[in-house]
Design a protein around this ligand. Structure first.
Ligand code: NA7
Length: 892
């Protein structure tokens, strides 16, 4: 029985006959509200939609300004839930105009007879959670109040226009229009002097058409924006063919893509492409006229690395200069203050060329800010502009504005949403807010929303919410509320994601910076549509993780926890590895495992160029060993870092950590000599340890020949290689040299016991497994040898060792022994820095150009090495964008 019927029979004081009783109330009749209503009905819920406008359409009802169009290709910007609907509607253009999109939404409303359950011209004026009845009580400004079990905001992300924020608007005697509230009646602009304030999408779309009508158009620009020619026309044949060839696959790929449009993940990074190759890719993108294409398909680092991004931004700047004839205007139109894509780029039709018209003037507000609006026009601190019409294209209080502005929302224990969000929106999954039971948001802050094709994100949210409501009904639950833990975990994951992209580097409506006084922070989820979808599915798969569910006749259920604790890119990598269905290394035999590693490494990015890479041989403990030397491009002599690769004393060689060695060479400005020490089972303990020591000694003695700085060397290693580096420091101290200036131990093996809690916590699922460690150790040394400090340096004397940086990763079986080694060395008086990388796995810091969140960890390592060598810790112009690695608060 629908619970509205139950409620209607209950002793409900507001059930006076005038209160409308429904299972679900929805605010907004745009893309989201319409589909919600359809799905709710199909699932057997009674529902009402409350809509302020006079008809359906949402943002497309209000944004009727000249030139208003979507800027995701229309074949992608459509509902996909009903294949018959898809065949019943044909779009006329690649990017449909606002009237056509509005007709489409009207067509959808008619087709599913939605209007009968929509209360138009009605605003909710208050919403209160009634705990005793477990219902939301809504009051409206037009007609009956509403009592509903579930309350859903389908209010849109860009629907609350921003006030003008400029003095004197009321004094203006001419006409004023807001692009976001454009009149429905014809606006006669021909022959008038028009001012446009604002050059975001709305300004950029409308300016060329306003210029055609105006006697004179003056554009007031505060921040120039990147715009790309739309090349509008019919939908491109090749995209249509893709869709029509296999509609199901096309739509499914969109759902799992980065931005909700089915483009593949781009693998090539900018520095692997020549200038000519990059230009060719760029020109193709410029000719394609597709924002998602140019944002995702040129090179993989354009959205995550400032240098990769700058290469693209420069090419766009060139285009602007090519089109705009007056150099001063061209310069004013050219963005320099933000990476491309960090602020919402625009699609235009003749935007830049419009500034070549004699009737168009650009006013650069960075040079002459507006002081006020006067009776006759706009005054800057330098000039007065008399105009007949002012168009405010000044944007929206995005993402939170529409939810907050509609009405006060009061949740459990009188909690007000405005208070909870005073310092920025707090949500779980961008769908719910802890303390506000049975309240959902469609594409709310904390979900991919505006960084995606909204049509895809809306369908995903609507499906998720309605499926959950149906499942709750089935199980007898009547309330759902996110836990504080889950919500805090989501905030952390959001923050981790936003460190990966460049959105945080621009002041935009994504971050709340466009609204004076608004709390700042990247509001949309930057981790991508596909990953986000998989997280929402995971929440369900793990028994509604992070939600408390209750009902009158069932036991309360709460699987509390954080859905994502890994760094976002690490989670992706692990997901890809699962899909690759890799063999268990310990079942391949030593040679099989080596072959596997060689093959596996072929698939990784090659590592960046260094000054010189050379191979040679050196004297180990018992014969010659290969080495590979990485020399910086700067003039030498440089200090030398002796490096020992990972691989459990069984796998790998002097080349197997090649990208890492290059990276450390570049970042530290030092020579890295990677040593090919002997491996087990052919050479069991202590061969590797003794080789490590002997090689370090040889390298120190031959430093000058290698082009290095004579004197102390540094040692570094990862995993079993870090074990060798640590042992080498102990042996060098005990055997009279060589002098070692510092040690970098990354996820070191320090005690071959493998029984600390991290071995249980992270036994499987994070690439390096507990059983792999047992296998490695069994091959390397006998149980009796494991207490020898050359196998387990933690059992050795730790006094008088060189200063150390010990890096450990949260989800690594080796975590605890690494931390213990760092603490034990510190206790013995050794200067020790720790880097405890939160959300990382054993391989994270090695995965150069794959795990972007490992970048600043390596930057810290390089700084530490430089410090050990007595150099300034920061290398000037070290290059890549360093996103701060997530470090445990406990880290020393
Ligand atoms: P946007 O993209 O927020 O653009 C608003 C523009 O108005 C932008 O250029 C602002 O400059 C400018 N602006 C805002 N306030 C002022 C004041 N007080 N003075 C001068 N200039 C101002 O909104 P749109 O409507 O164009 O587009 C919104 C989204 O809709 C778009 O991104 C697409 O997703 C669709 P600023 O950059 O803040 O310096």
């Amino acid at each position: 029985m629908p619970d509205a019927a139950v409620a209607a029979r209950s002793s409900d004081s507001t059930n006076s006959g005038t209160t409308q009783q429904v299972d679900v109330a929805v605010v907004g009749a745009g893309f989201a509200g319409l589909y919600l209503l359809h799905r709710l009905r199909k699932a057997g819920f009674s529902a009402v939609v409350i809509e302020e406008a006079g008809d359906v359409g949402g943002t497309w009802y209000w944004n009727r300004y000249p030139g208003a169009r979507c800027d995701i290709q229309t074949i992608d910007y459509s509902y996909t839930f009903d294949s018959e609907l898809e065949s019943a509607w044909q779009w006329s253009e690649k990017y449909a105009t606002q009237p056509e999109i509005l007709r489409y939404l009207g067509f959808v409303a008619d087709r599913y007879e939605l209007r009968r359950d929509i209360r138009f011209r009605t605003k909710v004026t208050a919403a209160n959670w009634d705990q005793s009845a477990e219902r939301w009580r809504l009051t409206t400004d037009n007609g009956a109040g509403i009592s509903c079990r579930t309350y859903i905001m389908a209010t849109g992300c860009l629907s609350a226009p921003k006030p003008p924020e400029i003095d004197g608007v009321k004094d203006f005697k001419g006409e004023i229009y807001f692009t976001g509230r454009w009149p429905h009646d014809e606006v006669k602009l021909a022959g008038k002097r028009i001012a446009v304030i604002g050059t975001g999408s709305s300004g950029i779309q409308s300016i060329p058409l306003l210029a055609e009508q105006a006697a004179h158009l003056t554009v007031f620009q505060r921040t120039p924006n990147f715009a790309l020619p739309a090349h509008n026309g019919p939908a491109p044949a090749e995209r249509r063919a893709l869709l029509e060839g296999d509609r199901t696959t096309y739509r499914e790929q969109a759902r799992w893509s980065l931005a909700g449009v089915p483009y593949p993940q781009q693998m090539a990074v900018s520095w692997q492409l020549s200038d000519a190759e990059r230009r060719e890719r760029f020109e193709q993108a410029w000719a394609t006229g597709d924002l998602v294409y140019i944002l995702t398909q040129l090179w993989a680092d354009q959205g995550v690395d400032v240098n990769g991004n700058a290469l693209l931004a420069d090419l766009i700047r060139e285009k602007i200069r090519d089109v705009v004839k007056d150099p001063e205007t061209a310069e004013a139109l050219t963005p320099h203050d933000h990476p491309f894509g960090a602020k919402r780029p625009c699609l235009d039709t003749n935007y830049y060329a419009t500034y070549n018209r004699p009737n168009v003037t650009l006013v650069n507000l960075r040079q002459e800010p507006i002081t006020e609006i006067t009776a006759s026009g706009i005054a800057t601190d330098k000039r007065n502009f008399d105009v007949d019409v002012i168009v405010f294209a000044t944007g929206f209080d995005a993402m939170t504005g529409a939810i907050m502005a509609v009405h006060p929302i009061t949740g459990r224990d009188g909690k007000s949403l405005s208070d909870v969000w005073a310092n920025g929106p707090q949500t779980y999954l961008g769908l719910t807010v802890s303390g506000f039971p049975n309240l959902f948001m469609i594409t709310g802050p904390g979900s991919p929303s505006v960084l995606s094709n909204m049509a895809v994100s809306i369908e995903q949210h609507v499906d998720w919410v309605v499926d959950r409501l149906a499942a709750m009904r089935e199980a007898g639950f009547t309330t759902i509320d996110a836990t504080e833990t889950a919500q805090a975990g989501w905030a952390q994951h959001m923050a981790d994601c936003s460190m990966m992209t460049l959105h945080r580097l621009a002041n935009t409506w994504y971050t709340g910076a466009n609204v004076p006084g608004k709390a700042q922070g990247v509001m949309p989820y930057t981790g991508g549509v596909g990953p986000y979808r998989s997280i929402c599915n995971e929440v369900v798969g793990r028994g509604m993780l992070g939600f408390k569910l209750s009902g009158p006749d069932v036991a309360e259920q709460c699987n509390d926890g954080e859905v994502v604790r890994l760094q976002p890119d690490v989670r992706l990598v692990l997901g890809m590895l699962v899909e690759m269905n890799l063999p268990q290394i310990e079942q391949l035999g030593a040679q099989g495992a080596r072959d596997f590693l060689t093959e596996f490494n072929k698939g990784r990015p090659a590592g960046r160029p260094v000054g010189e890479v050379g191979d040679g041989v050196l004297h180990g403990a018992d014969g010659l060993l290969s080495y590979r030397l990485y020399r910086p491009a700067t003039p030498g002599p440089h200090p030398i870092v002796v490096y020992f690769h990972g691989g459990g004393w069984v796998l790998g060689d002097e080349q197997s950590d090649d990208p890492f060695c290059r990276d450390i060479c570049r970042r530290s400005g030092m020579i890295v000599v990677s040593v090919g020490y002997r491996h087990a089972p052919e050479h069991r303990f202590p061969a590797a340890a003794e080789d490590g020591y002997a090689a370090t000694r040889w390298i120190a003695e031959h430093a000058a020949e290698l082009g290095g700085k004579p004197g102390p060397v540094l040692v570094a290693g990862w995993s079993a290689g870090a074990n060798i580096a640590a042992v080498t420091c102990q042996l060098a101290r005990d055997r009279g040299g060589p002098q070692i200036a510092g040690q970098l131990l990354i996820c070191p093996v320090t005690d071959c016991r493998f029984d600390r809690p991290s071995y249980t916590d992270n036994a499987v699922g994070y690439f390096l497994t507990r059983s792999m460690m047992f296998w490695f150790c069994d091959i390397y040394c006998s149980p009796a040898d494991r207490t020898d400090p050359r196998a387990s340096p933690l059992r050795g004397n730790l006094a008088n060792l060189p200063p150390a940086l010990v890096a450990t990763c949260e989800f690594d079986p080796l975590r605890d022994e690494g931390i213990e080694y760092a603490e034990a060395m510190a206790a013995a008086g050794v200067p020790v820095e720790q880097l405890q990388a939160r959300g990382h796995i054993h391989t994270s810091l090695m995965m150069v150009d794959v795990v972007v969140t490992g970048v600043s960890g390596r930057a810290k390592m390089a700084e530490a090495l430089r410090g050990f060598a007595g150099l300034p810790r920061k290398l000037e112009a070290s290059g890549e964008e360093a996103s701060p690695i997530a470090v445990n608060a406990a880290a020393g």
